[in-house]
Write a protein of this length. Structure first.
Length: 275
């Protein structure tokens, strides 16, 4: 049996980058003390400002800046793989950033970057509307990379609603899918567990969903319920509310056997033409 421990961090990030990084560091340390080899941070872990435009002021060039330095140093100091939620990186457009998820190896080297493809332009009701595309430039490429405990694919929050993206990750060999998120409370109560478990089952993949959970300075409430799902759709561990860490062991041999015995991912037939 080949078992590795992975952790998802749940936060309620605010508008002070230094304070958010300090809190992230504390929770990463807790995950490491619980035996985690890989830690996944939530979307916007380093900054959730008073409005969407506020993130333009703290954007960083790729490879430079306080937030990226924090991720690199923490991964190296703790000797872990660190999936850095999302941070605002310069896009070349002064009015928009890329919502980038960066992955660091235990040497502190950034080995993968995924820029959020699907942007949250949605009216969720109760006078709550989002237009992420006003301040964020969408990514165009999927990201999958190798680790000692499996091939990891990256997705972010709203991406959960688009199964085609996850199929693309599967086609590139993804065995574990990490989904940093900041799901709204309204949509989280309706669909969060349903979507995370479905994406895991249909791809026979482990899914690690690290979510924001709490109240933020912009008046927004995020759902929380960070969880780790196995390829059969079982929730291995979760944290419904509050700040904290979720850990679970993933068994890559069990996953390989399951994919062999129940080979749904090899039985796909795409018949899109109408008669």
């Amino acid at each position: 049996m080949t078992v590795h421990r992975i952790a998802a961090v749940q936060m309620a990030s605010g508008a002070q980058v230094a304070a958010n990084l300090q809190e992230a560091q504390r929770l990463i340390q807790e995950a490491v003390e619980n035996g985690a080899e890989c830690v996944v941070l939530p979307e916007n872990f380093a900054f959730m400002g008073a409005n969407d435009h506020a993130k333009l002021a703290i954007q960083e060039p790729f490879g430079e800046g306080m937030i990226q330095q924090f991720l690199a140093q923490t991964a190296k100091q703790q000797g872990i793989w660190l999936i850095g939620g999302t941070i605002p990186l310069a896009s070349g457009d002064p009015h928009r950033v890329r919502a980038a998820c960066l992955a660091y190896n235990p040497e502190g080297i950034c080995v993968a970057r995924y820029d959020k493809i699907h942007l949250f332009d949605v009216d969720v009701g109760s006078h709550e509307r989002y237009e992420e595309s006003q301040t964020t430039d969408p990514g165009q490429e999927i990201t999958v990379f190798d680790t000692p405990f499996g091939r990891i694919g990256l997705a972010i929050c709203y991406d959960l609603r688009f199964p085609e993206l996850f199929r693309c990750l599967l086609e590139q060999g993804a065995e574990i899918i990490c989904v940093p998120s900041a799901f709204t409370d309204i949509t989280g109560r309706a669909h969060w567990e349903l979507l995370t478990r479905t994406r895991a089952v249909e791809n026979l993949s482990y899914l690690i969903a690290a979510d924001q959970g709490g109240y933020h300075v912009n008046g927004r409430k995020t759902y929380g319920d960070s969880l780790i799902v196995d390829p059969w759709g079982h929730v291995l561990n979760r944290l419904f509310q509050g700040l904290g860490v979720v850990t679970a062991d993933i068994d890559t041999e069990h996953q390989a056997q399951l994919r062999q015995r129940f080979p749904t991912i090899h039985h796909r037939k795409i018949l899109c033409q109408a008669r």
